[in-house]
Design a protein around this ligand. Structure first.
Ligand code: CO
Length: 208
């Protein structure tokens, strides 16, 4: 890719935005008030705003390898606290995607250096759900199911945070688990039963 082209694209983008609204950037600079926190995969094919059809200012975005929410990761934990406590978003989305390289890597026996502890979190998801996963004969089906279960477990990790528990009680914040299907472009709602999960785990994980 020609890096110079990116700056040309940027100039064209500015022109187009100003053509539709000459106050566009002045308004953008005033501040943000997003209602959604999106936690997705860094995969270059799964662009947060594009697939949701939303515009700058509407969604607070965090992306990492395989849309993980490890509770010792200061990066994702800071993002959740900032979005929930300070921006006061009412929705937290964890969005995975089929054909996720991170999930695939975690299904293989390989030493990947510094990626090992990161991917270990996905191996833990496999271990928690191994009875269901081991029954799936087809490797692609097993891989896709692990993608879904990983989203579910990361949603549970979101629910384990004090900020989310407090925001649920005070203003009914909701956590959503989605999967993006690269082959069709479709966004699939896994319909995670947030209330039921919360009820289930609160005896152990209640913080706030
Ligand atoms: Co991915």
């Amino acid at each position: 890719m020609d890096i110079k082209q990116i700056f040309k694209n940027n100039e064209a983008w500015i022109k187009e935005k100003l053509r539709l609204n000459d106050q566009y950037f002045e308004n953008l600079a005033k501040g943000q008030n997003p209602d959604i926190l999106y936690i997705g995969c860094s995969d270059s094919r799964v662009t947060a705003e594009d697939l949701m059809g939303v515009h700058p200012g509407e969604v607070f975005v965090h992306r990492n390898i395989a849309n993980m929410v490890p509770n010792t990761d200061l990066n994702v934990m800071s993002v959740i606290t900032y979005a929930v406590r300070h921006l006061e978003v009412n929705h937290v989305v964890v969005c995975g995607h089929y054909n996720c390289g991170g999930v695939k890597a975690a299904m293989q026996s390989a030493d990947l250096g510094i990626l090992n502890p990161w991917l270990r979190n996905i191996r833990d998801v496999y271990r928690i759900h191994h009875e269901e996963l081991d029954l799936i004969q087809n490797d692609d089906d097993k891989y896709n199911r692990l993608v879904e279960l990983n989203v579910q477990e990361q949603c549970i990790n979101v629910i384990k945070t004090a900020d989310v528990q407090r925001a649920y009680r005070e203003r009914n914040l909701t956590v959503h688990g989605w999967v993006f299907d690269l082959k069709t472009g479709r966004l699939i709602d896994l319909k995670i039963d947030f209330g039921a999960i919360l009820k289930n785990i609160m005896s152990i994980y209640r913080l706030a």
